[in-house]
Design a protein around this ligand. Structure first.
Ligand SMILES: Nc1nc2c(c(=O)[nH]1)N[C@H]1C(S)=C(S)[C@@H](COP(=O)(O)O)O[C@H]1N2
Ligand SMILES: [Mo]
Length: 333
């Protein structure tokens, strides 16, 4: 993974600086007015009218036969805000940047191209295979998963291994609660995740790209059961965009971004430690755990600080991305 600087275009333009979106206060204002989050886009600020910004980052709104408009990327999605996760001691990142600056190598290595190419991903129907050491291995669709575990909204800091960071309001299913509902067997020590394999939709998933697709990741069962671990289905009060990992992706905010696997099709409970995508490619650069750690530099850059998406402001990086209180216990001998 090359260290790519945030392109000049992504710096906060003047028009955006004066029209800074305050997602949380608008969320509350709309709630007081009795309006849902879906109304938020109606109050959306005109923004900067470059041609690029005018294009819809959620792509064409055509619903496939048998598909449901409420499950489409960008459809309004509401969930109760989890107490204690309302703020992340950082200003929220601009939604338009979060939707247009992405790592999703299946589509492109160019972060500013991903959102355009990802619109080819078909997210309906979508199902997740639950396999391995569970009492009842089965295939669940998105609505089954949401019936098992009610979604919550949480604001998290997010830190890419390439030293850029964002702060976003996810909507997701707490992974620990899902594990409890699935009847996971006691001998389970790891949870394995897989992304789709669809070279016809994801142009970089061809043989020539040289990557061992599909993308795969894993957590220990203790990590997966941690309060912070979330299977995200939404962002900024809407269904996840394809470029952000629609319809369901992992969010583990104390780990580098690469652990946060997108567009999951299979979750497997296993006894032996599974390999992970980037650790298998370059073990010296990407550790299996990939916990955020400012004291351990990457081979090619320092991890002591991070650049905030949009502003370009550099801030110090904290151990476990500032979530040590919640997770450090997992790693004590
Ligand atoms: N399937 C898949 N998941 C992935 C990646 C990827 O290339 N493929 N990139 C990872 C990396 S390196 C980061 S930083 C985050 C980026 O998430 P975002 O685009 O929603 O900000 O997704 C992670 N999940
Ligand atoms: Mo990343």
């Amino acid at each position: 993974m090359v260290h790519i600087h945030v392109h000049e275009n992504w710096r906060l333009p003047d028009c955006a600086a004066t029209e800074e979106q305050d997602y949380l206060s608008r969320r509350e204002m709309l709630a007081r007015m009795g309006l849902g989050l879906g109304a938020m886009s109606l109050l959306g600020l005109p923004g900067c009218s470059t041609e690029e910004n005018a294009r819809d980052p959620f792509g064409p709104r055509t619903i496939p036969a048998g598909g449901k408009p409420e499950l489409a990327p960008g459809a309004p999605l509401q969930a109760a805000m989890k107490p204690g996760y309302r703020k992340a001691n950082r200003r929220l990142s601009r939604e338009d940047l979060v939707l247009r600056f992405n790592n999703f190598y299946e589509f492109s290595l160019d972060k500013e191209e991903v959102w355009k190419l990802a619109q080819r991903l078909e997210t309906q129907p979508w199902s997740v295979e639950i396999a391995g050491l569970v009492d009842n291995p089965r295939t669940l669709d998105l609505e089954d998963l949401e019936r098992l575990v009610p979604p919550e909204e949480r604001v998290y800091r997010f830190r890419c291994v390439e030293a850029w960071a964002m702060t976003v309001p996810w909507i997701g299913l707490p992974l620990g609660a899902l594990i409890d509902k699935l009847g996971v067997q006691d001998k389970t020590r790891y949870v394995r995740f897989h992304t789709f394999l669809r070279p016809e939709q994801a142009p970089n998933q061809n043989l020539e790209s040289g990557y061992a697709w599909p993308y795969y990741e894993a957590l220990t069962i203790e990590e997966a059961r941690n309060e912070l671990s979330l299977l995200a289905i939404g962002l900024y009060g809407k269904r996840l965009s394809r470029q952000n990992g629609a319809p369901i992706r992992l969010v583990v905010p104390w780990k580098y971004g690469l652990k946060n696997i997108k567009s999951i099709v299979r979750i497997e409970f296993v006894e032996k430690r599974p390999p992970t995508f980037w650790n298998a490619i370059a073990p010296d650069e990407y550790s299996w755990h990939s916990n955020v750690d400012p004291s351990v530099p990457h081979l090619r850059w320092s991890q002591a600080s991070e650049k905030l998406l949009g502003s370009g402001i550099r801030v110090p990086t904290k151990p476990y991305n500032g979530y040590g209180e919640q997770v450090a216990g997992i790693y004590r001998p």
